[in-house]
Ligand binder design. Structure first.
Ligand code: PLP
Length: 337
């Protein structure tokens, strides 16, 4: 049996637990009723994140799924469609929410491993002026790309899509659950990414290590509408400042350290014979492996990995995986491979 302390959990960066410092910040948070707009910690977090991304306003939401779905609803009416890549989180891992809740149709384009090719998407857009077609109201872009193994979207393609979208009157939604990783890896400012989207959802509970929460950013007018949707969906929270305090703490203390996770991913890739150039942020993908067998055998030795498919394993580096844990995981996995 492996002691709990020796467990190396590489399944996801969502598994991080709040650190003692973060717990202190949560305990000491100033709070109020956020449905009344009276929670100072929530307000501080929303203002800060809006500013970081160069937007007017922001809304704290319980999850990235809610951030994405409300974000898309702000720029797409029922009966219209959101266009995105076939591996996007918004169509793969959000339980059909756009259709089930909002009557939004989604159309997907098969891309090269999730990498954005603006022309490819633009070619698929359907105009709002045709009597027969489902109008494309918005395009959703994921950065970094989860099923793409944490790849960072090329800034030139993001710019090209944005410039085109202004002319075409099509909105851009950014699923920025891991935009922090993309920014750290590419050296691109968060505000640059933010200004290339009408709406963006960013997660505090992934690499940043907060226990709960995402933030939706957009114009002040759109965020006012988002607030209604959040309440309607049951996402209006009361003294949620304890959660916002964790988010603020994470921005102060955990954002700068993401580079360490990226270094660990490089290290792990090298040890496992994965081409390091395919590792852009905090994920390592093992392809053409007997995923169920390896996952089970690794688990028996205290290393938890994520099975993406029968032939693919995903390893995610995060706050709770230090250098020693990286070495241990590399020892166990290299043996099994
Ligand atoms: C995790 C994630 C989300 C949001 O997931 P929640 O579990 O709802 O917080 C959204 N997009 C991507 C790419 C993600 O990885």
């Amino acid at each position: 049996m492996t002691e709990a302390a020796d467990l190396v959990d590489l399944r996801s960066d969502t598994v991080t637990k709040p650190t003692p410092g973060m717990r202190r910040a949560m305990a000491e948070a100033e709070v109020g009723d956020d449905v009344y707009g009276e929670d100072p910690s929530i307000r501080a977090l929303e203002e800060r994140v809006a500013g970081m991304f160069g937007h007017e306003a922001a809304l704290f939401v319980p999850s990235g799924t809610m951030g994405n779905q409300i974000g898309m609803r702000l720029v797409c009416e029922p009966g219209q469609e959101v266009l995105c890549d076939a591996d996007a989180h918004v169509v793969t891992y959000e339980m059909g929410a756009a259709a089930a809740i909002f009557g939004i149709s989604t159309r997907t384009v098969v891309t090269s491993g999730g990498r954005l090719d603006a022309d490819q998407l633009i070619a698929q857009v359907r105009p709002k002026t045709d009597w027969h077609l489902t109008a494309t109201a918005a395009i959703a872009v994921e950065n970094s790309h989860n099923r793409g193994g944490g790849l960072v979207q090329p800034i030139d393609e993001l710019r090209k899509l944005w410039d085109w979208s202004r002319e075409a009157g099509v909105a851009v939604h950014l699923d920025g659950a891991r935009i922090w990783n993309a920014a750290v890896a590419s050296g691109t400012e968060l505000s640059t990414y933010g200004r290339l989207a009408d709406t963006a959802s960013v997660c505090l509970s992934k690499g940043l290590g907060a226990p709960v929460g995402s933030v939706l950013v957009a114009s002040a007018e759109r965020i006012a509408t988002a607030r209604l949707w959040r309440k309607r969906l049951g996402g209006g929270m009361r003294q949620a400042g304890v959660l916002a305090a964790a988010g603020l703490y994470a921005l102060d203390h955990h954002l700068p350290r993401l580079a360490e996770d990226h270094e660990h991913a490089q290290l792990l890739a090298k040890r496992l014979g994965v081409d390091p150039s395919t590792v852009e942020t905090n994920m390592v993908v093992l392809d053409d492996v007997a995923a169920p067998v390896i996952a089970e055998a690794a688990k028996a030795q205290g290393v938890l990995v994520s099975r993406v498919s029968a032939r693919r394993i995903r390893l995610v580096l995060h706050l709770d995986v230090d250098r020693r844990a990286v070495d241990r995981a590399a020892d166990v996995l290299s043996e099994l491979l």
